[in-house]
Design a protein around this ligand. Structure first.
Ligand code: FPP
Length: 231
């Protein structure tokens, strides 16, 4: 039985389908998803979980209609500027993973402000993956390693981890809502030994009760990390 849960990563999928089922625009689903993320993240941190990573926007998401991309970017700015002050109060450090290029200046500014304001916080870390791609993250890490002339003879998985967008502990549990069973380029390096869980609910409906179910699944998993079963 798994005994600890340090780092949870969530692929927040199904906002669009959730809205469509209600005959509402996709953007309404994103708004509801963002409201759910607020409540759910506080609940997760209240469980004593130290690291939460969420997939907010992939590098590929820029291929969506401009109207949807603009809506999401405006939503990020609004939330980071206002609601995210709550993470500051709750002693949670907010960090971002992803490429800065192609992001609007006001988005970058809102990201930088909340990062700066929470950088001393110690209770937990909230990692938002925005303009993020897992393969690019590894490529960008390798570029940094080359630029810094790191002695590659001594390169280890731990050292490479240090050059990722954020030097975070391994992901223990990946949850992808909406029933889709793919990683879609999300935290590929960090999730090497993660348990995977694909609940059949759209993200706006993935609430505290659903998270409790997920915890129950996780703590009944047998995590062996490549070793044989201990008797
Ligand atoms: C995937 O669902 C979801 C996204 C691409 C956006 C996720 C963003 C949020 C939940 C808002 C986060 C807000 C803040 C402030 C961090 P989809 O649109 O692909 O759904 P579908 O597969 O049903 O179309």
């Amino acid at each position: 039985m798994a005994s600890t849960l340090n780092h949870v990563a969530i692929i927040m999928d199904g906002n669009g389908r959730w809205a469509k089922e209600k005959n509402m625009p996709r953007t309404y689903g994103h708004k509801k998803g963002s409201e759910n993320l607020r409540d759910l993240s506080f609940y997760i941190f209240d469980q004593g979980i130290k690291y939460l990573s969420v997939y907010c926007f992939s590098t590929e998401n820029f291929n969506r209609p401009k109207e949807e991309v603009d809506f999401l970017m405006n939503l990020f700015v609004e939330k980071f500027q206002k609601e995210f002050k709550e993470y500051k109060k709750k002693n949670i450090r907010v960090v971002f993973s992803g490429r800065r290029e192609n992001l609007r200046e006001d988005v970058l500014e809102a990201m930088d402000t909340i990062t700066e304001e929470t950088k001393q916080n110690t209770r937990a870390t909230f990692n938002l993956c925005l303009n993020y791609g897992g393969q690019y993250e590894i490529v960008d890490a390798i570029k940094k390693i080359i630029a810094e002339k790191v002695d590659v003879k001594n390169l280890t998985p731990e050292i490479l981890n240090h050059y990722l967008y954020q030097d975070l502990p391994p992901v223990d549990f990946v949850i992808r809502t909406s029933g889709e069973k793919r990683l879609s380029n999300f935290m590929l390096y960090q999730s090497s030994y993660a348990e995977l869980y694909f609940p059949d609910v759209y993200f706006p409906d993935f609430d505290q009760k659903e998270f409790d179910k997920a915890l129950d699944v996780y703590f009944h998993r047998d995590r062996r990390f490549g070793k044989i079963e201990e008797k």
